[in-house]
Ligand binder design. Structure first.
Ligand code: ZN
Length: 876
C-alpha cells in the first residue's frame, strides 16, 4: 500500500533544480474582487534567459477558470496552449513577450485558505508556498522575482479598505458604489510574498523613525471587536525595528508597514512584503483576554515576520529546499531578540523545551528529514520543527563558533552580496566565511544529515598533577533513507566548576581560555587536557545548550545533583535539575514501590525552596517536571500509562513534602497585574505552586477554594486561565459550573473560546473521548477555522491518556476526523496527522492500532497530496 500511495505522488527533487527559462520583468495585476467570483487580469512581461526560446513554457495554475489569454495583445489560439493539471503550457513562446490572462477564482468556497479566500467578510490571500498559482497563471517559484503593480477594484460598502504590497499610488471611484486602489512594490519579489486584503477594519497607527531618519507608518488592521488589543503588537514591532538596526544594521525600506489580523489562517503569520498577514492569535493582546505566554508569543512572532524583511524578502530563496535559509535564520534572530527583551536564561530554556518537544521526536521517527530536505511531494509538509527550530540551532552554532563580531561581519557580507537575489544555503555559508574569515564548510553537514547526534562525555582529574582530561565522542543514529552518518562539527561551551561552584581558569597547553570557552568537537572522538587544577572540579558541558545534541555523561549520577544546585549557567542548571527528575521518574517506573521523592531531587528542590524566589520565572522552570512526552522520549518503548502514573505520583510527593512552602509562595507572590518580566515570572511560579497544592491531600480543599477565588477575581486572563485550566483538568473535581461560566463570558471572543474547547480536552480520563465528539458538533465549532479545529483535534492528540487509549479508540476517532478535515483543509489535516508517526515507539498493541488507522486513512479516495505524503512517510 505504501507503494500504491507513493506511486500517485510525484516527488520534487533538489538535484533536479533548474534555473527558470524566463524572467518576469514586471507583473501587473488587476482584481475585480467579490467573495463568490473574483476576476483577475494579469499582465506579465517575460524575457527569455536562454539564447534560444524553449519549445514551451509552463505557467503554474490551479483551480482557475481561464477566460482569456493574449500574447502581445493577440488572442492565443487553442492550438498554441494546453491546460494541464498543474497549469498552462504555452507552445513556442517568443524571446520576449507580454502575456495577458484573465481568470476567475472563487474565494468563498476556498476552504484550503491558500490563494485568495474569504473569511469573516474579508477577502485576503495566502501565497506561501504555492498559493499564488491559485490566483493567476504564473512562474510560481521563489527564484522568479518581479516588481508588482496591483490594482484592486471592489464594492466600497463591503470592502472599504483595499491593501496590497508596497506603496499606495492612486485611488479612485468606480461607478455604482465601487472604488479602486493601485499599489506598487518597487522591490522585486517572488510570488509567494504577494498579498492583498480587502475589507472593513479599524486601523491602529503609529510610526517609526529609522536610523537614517525616514519616518515609516505602522498600521495594524483588525476587526472592530479587536480595536483595543493592538498596542502590544505595535510596541513589539517598534522594538523589533530598532533591534534589527542596532544588532544587524538593517533598516526598513518602504513607506509603510501593515499588519492585518484574521481569525482564519493556517499558520501563525506571513511575512508578505510590507503587508504581513497574521493569525489573530499572534497580534491581539489585552490583559482580559491574553495570557502572559500570549504576550510573549505576540512579541516574538511580530519580530519574526519583521525580521523576514531582510532574511527572506530582500534576500530570498532559490528554491523551496532552501526553506531553512529564511526560517532557521529568522527563528534564530527572533529568539535572540526575545532573549534581549526578556530573560536570556529563561528564553533559552523555553527554546530548548520546544526543540525537544517537537523536533527531537520528529528527528527520531519516520518523518525525520534533514534541515535541507532532498525531496518533497508537497512543500507545505516541510514547514517543520526541523526546518525551523533545528535550522535555528545550526545558525546559533555558527554564531557560537564565530562569536558575535565575526558573525555580524559575515551577515553584513551576506546582505551586501545577495540583496535582491534568490540564493542557497551554500551562498549563505560562503558569505559568512568571506565576512568572518573562518571556514564553515563542515556546517553544511548539519543541513544535510537528519537525526539527533549523541555525545558521550567522560573525564578524569588527577589532583596530584592538576590535570583534567575530557573525552568527548559523537555518533548519530540512522534515520529513514540515511543509514550512514558522518561526523559533525559540534561546539561545546564548557566551564569547570570547583566544589563551591566557582569557575576555574581553563588552561589547555599554553592557551589561557578564560573561565568559559567553546571547544570544537569535529572528530568521532577527541580529548582535551586542562592543567593547573588542584581542587576537585566538575565540567559543566554544553552550557546554554550550545549544540542540538543528546548528552550522555558517564558521571551523570554524581555531576547532575551538583550542577542542578551550583551551575552558574541557567540553562545547564535547569538541564541538570530536569535530569534529576527524569532519573527519579524512570527509577520509579522500573520499581514502583520506591519512595518518592528520593535524596538528590528532594535536596535540589529543598535548596530552591529554602530561599525566597528572587528569579521566579527561573524557579518556575526548575520546579516544572518534564512532560509526559519528553519522558516517553527517554524510553525505548514508551510506557504511556506508567509515565502518567509516575509523574502524578512524583507531583503528589513533592507537593506533600514542600506543601507549606508552596502555599507560602502562592500567597506571597500575589501582586498587582503588570506586564514586566518579574510580574510575569511571579504569575508563572504561582501557577506552578497552585498545581502542586491541588495534589496535596492536606491542602487540597484550601487549594480548590483558592483556585476558584483566583478564577473569579482575577483581573487578567493569565491568572484566570491558569486557575480555570487546573480546575477543569482536575478529573476529581466537578467543574461544570466553571465551564458554563467561561463559555457564557467568552463565547463571542474566538481566541478565548478556543481555550474553552481545548482546556476541557486536557482532562485525562476516558470520558474525554465523548467530550471531543460532542465538541465537534457544538454550534461554535467550525471546520473551516484552523484555530478552532486545532483547539479540538490538536488538544485531543496532546492528551496522552485519551489519545493513546490502549484499545485504539483515541487513534480511530482522530483518524476519522483527519479524513473529514482532509476534504476541507488538506494542509491543516496533514499537519495534525503527523502525530501518527509516533507508532514505532509504542507498545505492540497501540502500535497495531495506530498503524491500522494510518492504513485505513491511506485508502481514502481523493486523498490530498499533503496527507498522502505524510501517511506514506509514516508507513516507512
Ligand atoms: Zn518565518
Amino acid at each position: 500500500m505504501t507503494a500504491a500511495i507513493m506511486a500517485s505522488i510525484q516527488l520534487v527533487r533538489h538535484e533536479d533544480y533548474r534555473a527558470p527559462d524566463y524572467e518576469i520583468v514586471a507583473t501587473a495585476l488587476e482584481f475585480w474582487l467579490d467573495a463568490d467570483t473574483t476576476e483577475v487580469l494579469a499582465e506579465l512581461r517575460l524575457r527569455c534567459r536562454l539564447p534560444e526560446p524553449p519549445e514551451y513554457l509552463i505557467f503554474q495554475g490551479e483551480s482557475l477558470d481561464l477566460l482569456e489569454l493574449r500574447l502581445d495583445g493577440q488572442v492565443v489560439g487553442a492550438d498554441r496552449y494546453d491546460l494541464l493539471d498543474e497549469g498552462l503550457r504555452l507552445h513556442h513562446p517568443p524571446q520576449a513577450f507580454t502575456l495577458n490572462s484573465r481568470v476567475r477564482v472563487h474565494p468563498a468556497t476556498n476552504t484550503q485558505l491558500s490563494g485568495l479566500y474569504a473569511a469573516d467578510g474579508v477577502l485576503l490571500t495566502q501565497c506561501e508556498a504555492e498559493g499564488f498559482r491559485r490566483i493567476t497563471y504564473y512562474l510560481d517559484r521563489p527564484d522568479c522575482l518581479a516588481p508588482f503593480t496591483v490594482t484592486l477594484h471592489a464594492d466600497r460598502e463591503h470592502y472599504p479598505m483595499l491593501l496590497a504590497n508596497g506603496n499606495l499610488e492612486a485611488t479612485g471611484t468606480d461607478g455604482q458604489g465601487g472604488h479602486w486602489a493601485r499599489w506598487h512594490d518597487p522591490f522585486p519579489k517572488p510570488s509567494y510574498l504577494f498579498a492583498l486584503v480587502a475589507g472593513r477594519f479599524v486601523v491602529e497607527r503609529d510610526h517609526f523613525t529609522t536610523q537614517s531618519g525616514r519616518s515609516v507608518a505602522l498600521e495594524v488592521y483588525v476587526a472592530e471587536r479587536y480595536r483595543d488589543a493592538c498596542q502590544r503588537a505595535l510596541d513589539s514591532l517598534k522594538r523589533a525595528m530598532a533591534w534589527d538596526e542596532r544588532v544587524y544594521g538593517r533598516e526598513y525600506d518602504l513607506e509603510r508597514y501593515m499588519i492585518v489580523a484574521t481569525d482564519s489562517f493556517n499558520m501563525g503569520a506571513m511575512e508578505n512584503k510590507g503587508l504581513n498577514i497574521f493569525n489573530t492569535k499572534y497580534v491581539l493582546a489585552s490583559p482580559e483576554t491574553a495570557t502572559d505566554d500570549d504576550y510573549l508569543h505576540v512579541e516574538s512572532v511580530i519580530a519574526h515576520e519583521y525580521f523576514h524583511n531582510w532574511t527572506g524578502n530582500r534576500v530570498t530563496l532559490r528554491d523551496w529546499f532552501q526553506l531553512s535559509l529564511k526560517e532557521g535564520l529568522t527563528v534564530f534572530r527572533d529568539q535572540e531578540f526575545s532573549a534581549d527583551q526578556n530573560s536570556r536564561g529563561v528564553q533559552r530554556i523555553a527554546d530548548v523545551r520546544r526543540l525537544r518537544a517537537a523536533q527531537f521526536p520528529e528527528d527520531a521517527g519516520p518523518l525525520a528529514h534533514p534541515v535541507r530536505p532532498d525531496a518533497y511531494a508537497e512543500i507545505n509538509n516541510f514547514y517543520t520543527a526541523t526546518v525551523y527550530e533545528k535550522g535555528a540551532e545550526i545558525v546559533r552554532m555558527i554564531h557560537t563558533t564565530l562569536g558575535p563580531e565575526r558573525f555580524r561581519a559575515g551577515m553584513d557580507a551576506y546582505f551586501s552580496r545577495f540583496d535582491g537575489q534568490a540564493v542557497t544555503i551554500e551562498d549563505f555559508l560562503s558569505a559568512l566565511e568571506a565576512g568572518s574569515g573562518c571556514d564553515l564548510q563542515a556546517f553544511m553537514r548539519w543541513y544535510a544529515q537528519a537525526g539527533t547526534p549523541r555525545v558521550e562525555a567522560k573525564w578524569q582529574q588527577d589532583l596530584e598533577t592538576g590535570s583534567l582530561s575530557l573525552e568527548l565522542s559523537q555518533r548519530t543514529p540512522a534515520t529513514p533513507g540515511q543509514a550512514d552518518k558522518t561526523t559533525l562539527p559540534i561546539p561545546v561551551r564548557v566551564a569547570l566548576l570547583d566544589r563551591a561552584g566557582r569557575r576555574q581558569p581553563l588552561r589547555v597547553g599554553n592557551d589561557d581560555l578564560g573561565t568559559e570557552t567553546v571547544l570544537m568537537l569535529t572528530q568521532p572522538q577527541q580529548d582535551w587536557t586542562f592543567t593547573g587544577l588542584h581542587e576537585p572540579c566538575v565540567p559543566s558541558l554544553f552550557r546554554g545548550f550550545s549544540a542540538p545534541i543528546i548528552l550522555e555523561r558517564s558521571d551523570a549520577v554524581l555531576a547532575e545533583p551538583f550542577l542542578a544546585r551550583h551551575d552558574d549557567d541557567p540553562f545547564s542548571r535547569w538541564e541538570n535539575f530536569q535530569a534529576l527528575a527524569i532519573r527519579e521518574l524512570l527509577g520509579y517506573i522500573a520499581e514502583p514501590t520506591r519512595a518518592l521523592p528520593s535524596g538528590d531531587l528532594r535536596e535540589a528542590v529543598a535548596a530552591v525552596t529554602s530561599q525566597w524566589p528572587e528569579d521566579p520565572a527561573f524557579c518556575a522552570e526548575l520546579l516544572t517536571l518534564p512532560t509526559e512526552d519528553y519522558l516517553g522520549e527517554q524510553m525505548e518503548i514508551i510506557q504511556v500509562d506508567a509515565i502518567h502514573a509516575a509523574r502524578e505520583s512524583l507531583r503528589r510527593a513533592l507537593a506533600m513534602v514542600f506543601g507549606d512552602t508552596f502555599m507560602a509562595w502562592y500567597q506571597g507572590l500575589a501582586g498587582t497585574y503588570q506586564l514586566d518580566g518579574l510580574s510575569m515570572g511571579r504569575r508563572r511560579l504561582r501557577q506552578v505552586m497552585l498545581s502542586y497544592l491541588l495534589v496535596n491531600d492536606r491542602l487540597r480543599w484550601e487549594a480548590i477554594a483558592l483556585a476558584r477565588l483566583q478564577y473569579a477575581e482575577a483581573d487578567n486572563m493569565s491568572e484566570r486561565l491558569a486557575a480555570y485550566t487546573l480546575l477543569v483538568q482536575d478529573i476529581h473535581h466537578d467543574s461544570e459550573d466553571l465551564l458554563m461560566d467561561f463559555y457564557q463570558t467568552w463565547r463571542h471572543h474566538p481566541l478565548v473560546l478556543d481555550r474553552w474547547f481545548s482546556t476541557q480536552l486536557g482532562r485525562e480520563e476516558p470520558a474525554t473521548l465523548h467530550r471531543a465528539a460532542n465538541l465537534l458538533v457544538h454550534p461554535d465549532f467550525d471546520w473551516r477555522v484552523p484555530n478552532r479545529v486545532r483547539s479540538v483535534l490538536g488538544a485531543f492528540a496532546a492528551n496522552p491518556t485519551v489519545f493513546h487509549a490502549a484499545d485504539g479508540s483515541g487513534y480511530r476517532f482522530f483518524g476519522e476526523q483527519i479524513r473529514h478535515l482532509d476534504g476541507i483543509n488538506p494542509q491543516t489535516a496533514a499537519r495534525l496527522a503527523t502525530v501518527l508517526s509516533r507508532w514505532p515507539r509504542l507498545d505492540a498493541q497501540r502500535r497495531g492500532h495506530m498503524q491500522g488507522v494510518i492504513a485505513e486513512l491511506a485508502r481514502k479516495p481523493a486523498l490530498s497530496r499533503d496527507l498522502a505524503e505524510v501517511l506514506s512517510r509514516c508507513q516507512d
